[in-house]
Design a protein around this ligand. Structure first.
Ligand SMILES: NC(=O)c1ccc[n+]([C@@H]2O[C@H](COP(=O)([O-])OP(=O)(O)OC[C@H]3O[C@@H](n4cnc5c(N)ncnc54)[C@H](O)[C@@H]3O)[C@@H](O)[C@H]2O)c1
Length: 304
């Protein structure tokens, strides 16, 4: 684990950059919109919460912040969100897949009625929605000659999270999108990174807040997580300088945000591979991975 410390001089690098972000109306997304805007970026954000979204645009009263109604489970909506940013500004530099939700009724509860199909909206919003954002976002970043894609997972992306099984599966999936994508993306100068917030004071976690505080456990404010997003979006833009503790290029990283502080954890996970997989398995895996990365290797079946 590396405690990464924000080099505030890099905030200047988002000036005039075009940011597309999902779920910007409330919570972490809202604070992220504000930080980007305050530092001179042009932000186009999507959400389904029209009330808070229009309240935010009214509060900022800026031609540099645009709200587009966008349900991220709809591919057409997401295409429209990105097209709006392109129409307004001609290109996109940073994409943030932030929107998410959780269903707190446990479908595995012993008294759950298993004859009724359970809701699976967490898959649609958290995984399918993030996948759509990543796919369309990659295309626009490619057109721009590179950029930053930041995906919001969770502590539930890498830890047990009792009572939120499906949410946990989707957030593991978001890390999967990064791991599946980033090695190819970096060749196009597109940096894919993931944010994994621990408990952050937003509407999503209202029910556990009192118990959390009684135990005096560390919590983030939404702007702490917003700063971690901006950290990812600026780490590679400093012409040789970056955030203290950040490895360069800053890509394929996971930022765990706890008690207001960002910690990079993916490099340690990868470097410990011979320990958790075994030295021999790890060596052979490396050869297999190199084969899969070789130009010409393809998963697609040959066309007859
Ligand atoms: N709060 C936490 O403790 C915590 C911890 C880990 C991860 N996260 C993640 O952080 C992200 C932001 O969550 P938050 O805590 O700010 O909660 P939040 O509920 O305040 O914000 C989520 C936003 O996403 C929007 N949204 C939901 N479904 C959508 C859809 N289908 N299309 C478009 N927008 C949609 C909501 O309207 C809302 O504005 C989520 O991905 C969440 O899973 C939060």
């Amino acid at each position: 684990m590396v405690h990464v410390q924000f080099n505030t001089a890099l905030l200047e690098t988002v000036r005039d950059k075009v940011v597309v972000l999902t779920g910007g109306a409330t919570g972490i997304g809202r604070e992220t919109v504000k930080i980007f805007h305050k530092n001179g970026a042009k932000v186009v954000f999507g959400d389904v919460a029209d009330g808070p979204a229009t309240q935010l645009t009214a509060e900022l009263a800026s031609e540099n912040v645009t709200y587009v109604r966008c349900d991220i489970t709809s591919y057409a909506d997401q295409l429209q969100l990105f097209a709006k940013a392109k129409d307004l500004y001609g290109g996109i530099d940073v994409v943030v897949a932030n929107a998410g939700m959780s269903i707190t009724n446990d479908p595995f509860s012993p008294d759950a009625d298993i004859t009724k199909e359970p809701p699976t909206k967490e898959i649609d919003v958290n995984l399918k929605g993030a996948f759509f954002t990543a796919r369309i976002g990659m295309s626009y970043l490619r057109q721009n000659g590179g950029g930053d894609l930041v995906l919001t997972s969770s502590i539930a992306g890498f830890k047990e999270c009792t009572g939120l099984t499906l949410y946990t599966a989707t957030k593991h999936g978001v890390i999967g999108i990064m791991r599946g994508l980033h090695l190819a993306a970096i060749k196009e100068d597109i940096r894919v990174n993931v944010i994994c917030p621990w408990m952050t004071r937003t509407a999503m976690v209202k029910e556990i807040e009192t118990g959390w505080d009684e135990l005096k456990l560390p919590a983030n404010d939404p702007e702490d997580v917003g700063m971690a997003v901006v950290m990812c979006a600026t780490a590679n833009r400093g012409n040789g300088t970056t955030h203290k503790g950040a490895a360069a290029p800053f890509a394929g990283k996971i930022i765990f945000v706890a008690g207001g502080q960002p910690y990079e954890i993916e490099d340690a996970i990868q470097s410990l591979e011979p320990q958790w997989l075994g030295v021999e398995n790890s060596k052979v895996l490396e050869v297999g991975q190199a084969y899969l990365m070789r130009p010409g290797t393809s998963w697609a079946a040959p066309k007859n």
